[in-house]
Write a protein that binds this ligand. Structure first.
Ligand code: NAP
Length: 251
């Protein structure tokens, strides 16, 4: 059976990936992963013509990821698409963010995609794709989101190196670098109204980000940064020393 797997499918960008994945990839079934089972069920019910499997799972908990990976092995599927999208980012100086929240960002944003990718690759063949959702925060260190930007820089580097390693097998790897989107992310991370940088930045639209990145993943592209202004920022962050960028990137 040909399947796709999407983490963070209960809201925001992940929900849009789930709504549009069937358009670019030939899938018999889409596996949806997040904690909020009801939201994933509502999504599945809204598309009765498609097959979904819902996995309520807390990706910060090792035993829950282990059981998810065991379900993959048990099903022995052909994985055509893996989207590592679940993520969270808390705003504030490092010392003001609780250890629990700092660790949750490391676990959900880095550890979970690492473990899931490792579980999925043995079931992928030529033409399959792995999508990693990073952020523009990966381009340069972002004061007041120091752990978050570091997790997204990890994803950037991981995706690039993995793309190189998997190219001979024809498995595509795409990294996506969204700028702010009006999703639950802003409220969950305490960002709404507390960051002038975030308030000023243009927004990208989750549905468009999902549709374009799915098309780019299917075409074997390596990266996608929505909005021309953010492509310019990406270039500047490569050219200008980060000490000079940080007064601008500070959230
Ligand atoms: N929104 C932005 O401004 C922005 C900008 C750049 C990059 N991004 C990235 O885009 C991705 C999607 O975020 P979004 O904007 O769509 O935000 P969102 O609506 O808050 O979605 C985050 C998703 O991650 C899931 N998630 C969080 N913690 C989890 C956990 N412990 N276990 C399982 N699932 C968990 C949530 O599901 P449950 O709560 O149901 O578990 C939810 O489905 C993230 O990787 C984020 O870092 C967002």
């Amino acid at each position: 059976m040909k399947i796709g797997i999407i983490t963070g499918a209960s809201s925001g960008l992940g929900r849009e990936y789930a709504r549009h994945a069937f358009e670019q990839f030939e899938l018999d079934e889409l596996w949806l992963i997040a904690r909020r089972e009801g939201a994933m069920r509502d999504l599945a019910d809204s598309m009765p013509e498609r097959r979904f499997r819902i996995f309520p799972c807390d990706l910060s908990r090792t035993e829950e990821i282990d059981s998810l990976c065991a379900r993959i092995r048990q099903a022995n599927p052909q994985i055509r698409l893996l989207i590592n999208n679940a993520g969270l980012g808390f705003l504030g100086d490092f010392e003001d963010i609780t250890e629990k929240n700092n660790c949750a960002m490391c676990d959900v944003n880095m550890r979970a995609p690492t473990l899931l990718t490792s579980a999925a690759i043995p079931y992928m063949t030529q033409g399959a794709a792995i999508v990693f959702v990073s952020s523009i925060a990966a381009f340069a260190p972002t004061p007041r989101m120091s752990v978050y930007c570091s997790t997204k820089a990890y994803i950037q580097s991981f995706a690039k190196a993995l793309r190189y390693e998997l190219a001979p097998r024809g498995i595509h790897v795409l990294a996506v670098y969204p700028c702010p989107m009006n999703t639950d992310f802003l409220a969950v991370g305490g960002i709404n109204g507390n960051s002038r940088t975030f308030d000023r930045l243009p927004r990208c639209i989750p549905e468009k980000v999902a549709k374009v990145s799915l098309a780019r993943a299917a075409a074997g592209k390596g990266s996608y940064t929505p909005l021309a202004l953010m492509k310019v920022y990406r270039l500047l962050a490569k050219l200008i020393p980060h000490n000079l960028i940080m007064p601008i990137s500070r959230t």
